[in-house]
Design a protein around this ligand. Structure first.
Ligand SMILES: [Zn+2]
Length: 85
């Protein structure tokens, strides 16, 4: 499973958000790094991806497509199940 940057998620995220989320900033609770979503390290699988902090590797969020929905999982913050066509 090779690493890509967060820009690899521009397609799936554009199905859910009307703005380009790769430009959004994320404050990492693990190390305090403030980085753009586009700078996160992304590990993709067949229908899912994990985005990690580029400094400490903590999971920022998981995104997965399953049964007609896009799941956006923030770990302890819960998950969003968003119906997609
Ligand atoms: Zn971090």
């Amino acid at each position: 499973m090779g690493m890509q940057d967060g820009n690899a998620l521009a397609g799936p995220l554009s199905e859910v958000f009307a703005v380009d989320v790769t430009a959004a900033q994320r404050l990492c609770p693990g190390c305090g790094t403030d980085s753009a979503v586009g700078a996160l390290h992304v590990y993709r699988m067949a229908t899912a991806a994990v985005a990690r902090c580029p400094v400490c590797g903590e999971i920022a969020f998981r995104i997965a497509r399953h049964a007609g929905a896009l799941w956006l999982d923030f770990g302890g913050g819960g998950a969003l199940r968003i119906p997609v066509g």
